[in-house]
Design a protein around this ligand. Structure first.
Ligand code: SF4
Ligand code: SF4
Length: 478
């Protein structure tokens, strides 16, 4: 990545300044936090911790007991990590997980020939640039869908989980050796795709304090790197950053910026959903896939249909093939198709025919983000609270070989607050619904100055969101 990739001065001048009325609190104004975030070994330290758990998870999955509930790999990846990710890190910290994710670490260290600070050595990579036509999250969408098709098998078979985790590390390593910086995270990681989408709803953002300072500062160290740190691994120029979607919160730019112009702020959640620059059909489809998968998982795993569970579990190849076909069709055609219909109805009713249909469809799809995130939170609660007590026994006996390292091996399985779960799920889904309706109304308002037109354009989409919420509540209460 070179200086020629930087946005032009004209483009930088176009960067939308935050409206004055939007309140935020600059977390990096706290001296101790700023010092911590600028501490060179911070990311390395976090990654070493997660990498230790990750390696143990891979080893336990590959060589430990095939009984999922006794295997560290299954319990720590799909219950503990998942709970941390979807219930805490993504809703409150956006891409915070990406700052400590162990998957790209071995490849990145090898590529940089450094563990902590930049060295004088040339990067160990062919340094190829990612092809222009693949600069979107379509690959991530397909990768996530591909994983989702096998999810029941992945979630219950330790060996499959182990091979998947190992495969992801090796893939990230291969891409680090072939391509510049973190191309794997930016364009390929199936997890990173949805974290990026939902990070736009987060109450945390990394932005520059004053885009004009970036415009005048010729060194552009945040992008190109300097002796204090690496150029943005996510191929982003922070000076024009307006959405969280592709900032991995690695804190490099906080360290490299000699103008002290980078800040992390606490802000009103979801602000990025109203930034029209950067919206695209690939992200819209990510929103469809995520909401649809939350719905389908709830049907398959929580519903009373045993045959469906058997099909998803690949009890017979024919059954699984039909399930897979239906799963893909609902994700890529049925749900987006229904959304197209409600968008068309709203556009017609509001008399907004001047707005291109594809544009309105893409824009309004961002109203699925709050509901999708809350649907995943609600769905995850249903199995996290019930199964989290397995974590203590597998800590003592990660491979299921009879060890008792911390004396917790025989800790009994204890489902926490099972009767309370629906009472948590319903308000969570209602928060998602209300936020989604608000986002739809605000986005519709971007296309007209007349409030009544905006309301009409948003109403059919709101009915769609309501229908999805009713189905989810029905499944959780049923
Ligand atoms: S994008 Fe994926 S591999 Fe990269 S840091 Fe985030 S979760 Fe990890
Ligand atoms: S913008 Fe800054 S914090 Fe975000 S990925 Fe780039 S260097 Fe890291």
């Amino acid at each position: 990545m070179t200086r020629t990739d930087l946005p032009t001065a004209t483009r930088l001048r176009q960067v939308i300044h935050r409206p004055q009325h939007v309140r935020s609190f600059e977390l990096t104004s706290l001296r101790w936090l700023r010092a911590l975030l600028r501490w060179r070994p911070l990311q390395f330290t976090l990654i070493v911790v997660t990498l230790a758990f990750f390696v143990l998870a891979i080893l336990a999955s590959l060589f430990g007991t095939p009984v999922g509930s006794r295997n560290f790999g299954i319990i720590f990846v799909w219950i503990v990590w998942w709970a941390l990710l979807i219930l805490v890190l993504v809703p409150f910290g956006g891409r915070l997980w990406c700052a400590m994710c162990p998957i790209p670490a071995p490849g990145e260290w090898l590529q940089r020939r450094a563990l902590i600070a930049p060295t004088r050595w040339q990067p160990f990579t062919l340094g190829k640039r990612w092809p222009h036509r693949l600069r979107s999250i379509w690959v991530q969408n397909l990768a996530f869908l591909g994983m989702a098709l096998f999810s029941v098998i992945i979630l219950t078979r330790p060996l499959v989980t182990g091979l998947l985790l190992l495969g992801l590390v090796l893939l990230a390593l291969g891409f680090s050796l072939m391509y510049e910086r973190r191309v794997f995270c930016r364009y390929l990681c199936p997890v990173g795709g949805f974290i990026g989408l939902y990070s736009m709803a987060s109450p945390i953002e990394l932005r520059v304090r004053d885009p004009e300072v970036c415009q005048k500062h010729r060194a552009k160290e945040c992008y190109l790197g300097n002796e204090r740190g690496f150029g943005c691994p996510w191929l982003i120029f922070p000076g024009s950053l307006e959405r969280n979607a592709y900032c991995g919160l690695c804190t490099e730019c906080l360290k490299t910026c000699t103008m002290d112009n980078v800040a992390i702020r606490l802000r009103q959640p979801g602000l990025d959903l109203f930034v029209s620059k950067g919206r695209g059909l690939d992200e819209a489809y990510k929103a469809f896939i995520m909401l649809t998968c939350a719905l389908l998982y709830s049907v398959v795993l929580l519903g009373p249909w045993g045959a469906l569970k058997d099909a998803a579990d690949m009890r017979s190849f024919g059954g699984w093939a039909s399930y897979a076909l239906g799963f893909v069709a609902i994700n890529l055609a049925v749900v987006p198709g229904l959304f197209w219909v409600v968008t068309w109805l709203g556009r017609r009713w509001a008399g907004l025919e001047v707005v291109p249909m594809r544009r309105l469809f893409t824009d309004l799809a961002y109203s699925l983000v709050p509901l999708g995130l809350m649907a995943w939170v609600a769905f995850s609660l249903s199995f996290v609270l019930v199964n989290i007590s397995y974590a203590l026994p597998v800590l003592s006996d990660p491979f299921g070989w009879g060890w008792d390292l911390f004396g917790t091996r025989d800790w009994p399985w204890t489902p926490y607050a099972p009767v309370l779960i629906p009472y948590l799920q319903v308000p969570i889904l209602l928060i998602g619904l209300i936020s989604g309706v608000y986002v739809a109304w605000r986005i519709a308002g971007e296309h007209t100055a007349r409030p009544q037109q905006a309301l009409r354009a948003a109403l059919p989409v709101s009915a769609f969101l309501l229908a999805a919420t009713v189905v989810l509540i029905g499944l959780y209460l049923g």
